[in-house]
Design a protein around this ligand. Structure first.
Ligand code: FEO
Length: 403
């Protein structure tokens, strides 16, 4: 694979990695992920923006692309680190060895992280918000955008060319043969749609208020291309991904999609027995319903659907006086990801003792869920339980529809 040319003197050096791995050690990426780094060549100096982790040969791939650009060992003047997470910095020690005089530019908060992760202190300089460097005909400007994704995160803007190097922001999971939005095949586009939403929900959702702040901060810039460190480069419609992220961030406080996600688990089928009645009740109001069984479905996919949905239905039995453990884990992930203020109902069976509801109430309060009610029963669900579940789901769907 050759470097991709964004414009004269600006290139993407990318690697496709990870389709057998978990991103951050937790999130499945069956379609892999792109690690995108960028090169800006000025008439006097050259800069690399972000790096890669040595993952599935990514460091070697990037190195060979640098060679193709005529930037072999020692020929880069700047390494700009927008974000310190190791998927963008893992190959740093190796890189610094090859480019021993490179000056590392980063935010103030990144400086100690570089030391702690890589024991590198030499030639590290922090830049200020709005500061620029001149490469000779190419000016790079830095904008502090904390918490998209870590507190030290910044973005780099190529002033003359209007290209925003946004690192994690505006990124996606998935590997793509084509670099640009206007080149994608139908198959790639379909993948991108799902994998952008899942990436956002899994990686960025907790930081949604910072995403909105970051987008507001960038409003005055003329952005001709958005070049994130995961996914594709947006050059035909850069505003599409910015507005899409705005919508995804807005899901935190709402409004969200008029949809309901039913997350359920069952030990012997007694909790499962109510699922069709709940789905039927919600669908009778014309509201789309996502149904996800756990632990069979990974939390990555649960979070993706819950994040976008106005309604949340949780079904689980009591297990040893408490919540069914896989559901405890799911709710913990949802709470950490700042899923909040959903219209909610809960259902589930218990055997010799209840207890799940008491533990669920703690999550409901922390997540500010608007609970429409509970259908809980000992043993098997009665006809009355099924009727109540249907009616409760229908009423919730009606409220969502009419909101
Ligand atoms: Fe792609 Fe927060 O790292």
């Amino acid at each position: 694979m050759k470097p991709d040319t964004l414009t004269d003197g600006i290139y993407r050096v990318a690697a496709k990695v990870g389709n057998r791995d978990l991103f951050e050690g937790i999130w499945p990426i069956p379609h892999g992920v792109m690690l995108n780094a960028y090169v800006v060549k000025g008439s006097e100096k050259n800069a690399m923006i972000d790096l890669v982790k040595d993952w599935d040969g990514a460091a070697e791939i990037v190195d060979s692309k640098l060679n193709e650009l005529g930037l072999s060992d020692g020929q880069l003047d700047y390494l700009i680190l927008n974000h310190m997470e190791p998927d963008h910095t893992g190959a740093m020690a190796l890189f610094v060895e090859k480019h021993p005089n490179v000056e590392i530019l980063c935010s103030e908060k990144a400086v100690p992280l570089i030391k702690h992760f890589y024991s590198i202190e030499k030639n590290v300089r922090s830049v200020k918000d709005g500061e620029t460097i001149d490469l000779g005909g190419k000016t790079l400007q830095f904008f502090m955008t904390p918490n998209i994704h870590w507190p030290e995160t910044m973005m780099t803007y190529a002033v003359e060319d209007g290209i925003l190097f946004s690192c994690d922001a505006f990124g996606s999971f998935g590997q793509y043969d084509h670099c640009f939005d206007d080149q994608l095949t139908k198959k790639e586009l379909d993948l991108l749609i799902g994998e952008t939403e899942r990436y956002y929900a899994n990686i960025v959702s907790s930081f949604s208020s910072f995403v909105l702040r970051g987008i507001a901060k960038l409003e005055g810039l003329t952005i001709k291309q958005v070049a994130p460190s995961h996914g594709i480069v947006w050059r035909e419609e850069p505003l599409t991904i910015i507005n899409w992220y705005k919508t995804l961030a807005t899901y935190m406080d709402g409004p969200r999609e008029k949809e309901i996600t039913v997350v359920w688990s069952s030990m012997y089928g007694n909790t499962a027995a109510l699922v069709p009645f709940i789905v039927e009740g919600a669908e009778s109001e014309g509201i789309p319903v996502h149904v996800l069984e756990i632990p069979q479905t990974h939390e990555s996919f649960v979070l993706e659907k819950v994040w976008r949905s106005e309604g949340l239905v949780i079904g689980m039995p009591t297990y040893e006086y408490k919540m069914f453990p896989p559901m405890y884990h799911i709710l913990d992930i949802l709470e950490r990801s700042h899923v909040q203020k959903r219209k909610t109902m809960r259902f589930g069976s218990f055997g010799w003792s209840g207890g799940a509801q008491k533990q669920f109430d703690v999550f409901a309060e922390a997540m500010k869920l608007e609970c429409a009610g509970v259908v809980e029963y000992q043993g098997a669900a009665s006809e009355e339980d099924k009727r109540r579940a249907y009616e409760m789901a229908k009423e919730m769907a009606k409220q969502i529809k009419e909101a």
